[in-house]
Ligand binder design. Structure first.
Ligand SMILES: NC(=O)c1ccc[n+]([C@@H]2O[C@H](COP(=O)([O-])OP(=O)(O)OC[C@H]3O[C@@H](n4cnc5c(N)ncnc54)[C@H](OP(=O)(O)O)[C@@H]3O)[C@@H](O)[C@H]2O)c1
Length: 248
């Protein structure tokens, strides 16, 4: 299960293996998804129950949850379906970013806390959190928002002072610095997604001395956990081997 750069990279590595038949599952959120190196199935399974049924029907030997660190529902479904179907589960989750010298981060646990962290006084906010949770910021309509997402925010925010920018990463640091300057941004809101593709805005905020409200992820609770594609390949070998020995 993908929707991330790691899932695409892992699929690319596993695609060359004659002993594996790999299918990549996408939610179908992005209107124009990037090409993938293996066959793709698209759309929800119908909850954990539907995913368990899929695992059984397709006689899946290993379920790899390589979805985004903030795609919490599908990861919970993966854990439940893995237990119900008896299919081993491997979680590939990239590491979060760590603060460096010069970073001015306020770490929060939710979008609601991020909204509150902006404060009462009007500010010029760069919202780089994707389109699905941007609506939380309607609760603080006094701010100016620059909202960047891959696909349009639909319905748009009800806050009155919002500018939308459609763009797909990766984003280079120099371009991010220029963007923050051009829009006279004075605070950035980001998820702690980790990875390189969206790290540019964090570096740009550091260069410009701007504060960042960083929404942290929930603690992972997976038995088989990999932080990199390389580790996931090793663990996948082990798990597929033991799954097939059990005749699953
Ligand atoms: N959340 C983010 O910040 C973010 C950022 C970048 C990419 N993504 C990617 O975008 C997708 C959707 O994210 P989300 O936050 O909306 O997920 P979510 O809230 O965890 O999942 C909502 C529902 O979407 C379906 N779904 C999600 N990922 C799927 C997949 N890979 N294959 C098939 N069905 C999937 C499932 O529907 P059913 O219950 O019907 O099975 C799931 O219950 C994920 O695949 C994720 O990797 C998310």
């Amino acid at each position: 299960m993908g929707g991330t750069a790691e899932a695409r990279d892992l699929a690319g590595v596993l695609a060359g293996r004659a002993d594996l038949a790999v299918t990549l599952s996408l939610a179908g959120r992005t209107l124009d998804p990037a090409p993938q190196p293996v066959p793709v199935r698209t759309g929800g399974f119908g909850g954990a129950f539907g995913l368990a049924a899929y695992l059984e029907q397709e006689a899946i030997d290993l379920l790899i949850d390589a979805t985004h660190p903030f795609a919490r529902q599908i990861s919970a479904n993966a854990r439940a379906a893995s237990g119900a179907a008896g299919t081993p589960l491997l979680r590939l989750e990239r590491l979060g970013w760590e603060a460096a010298e010069g970073d001015r981060w306020t770490r929060v646990a939710s979008m609601a806390e991020a909204v509150a962290a902006l404060g009462e006084a009007p500010r010029r906010v760069f919202l780089a959190i994707g389109r699905q949770e941007a609506k939380a910021f309607d609760a603080a309509p006094q701010h100016h928002y620059l909202v960047r997402s891959v696909d349009p925010v639909d319905p748009p925010l009800t806050a009155p002072d919002v500018q939308y920018l459609l763009a797909r990463g990766p984003f280079a640091v120099e371009a991010e610095v220029a963007l923050l300057r051009e829009h006279r941004i004075d605070i950035v809101v980001s998820k702690n997604s980790g990875g390189e593709a969206t790290y540019g805005k964090i570096v740009a905020a550091r260069i410009l001395g701007l504060p960042v409200v960083l929404v942290e992820r929930e603690e992972a609770q997976d038995a088989h956990h990999a932080g990199t594609v390389e580790d996931a390949v090793l663990l996948a070998d082990h798990l597929v081997g033991s799954s097939r020995k059990r005749g699953v």
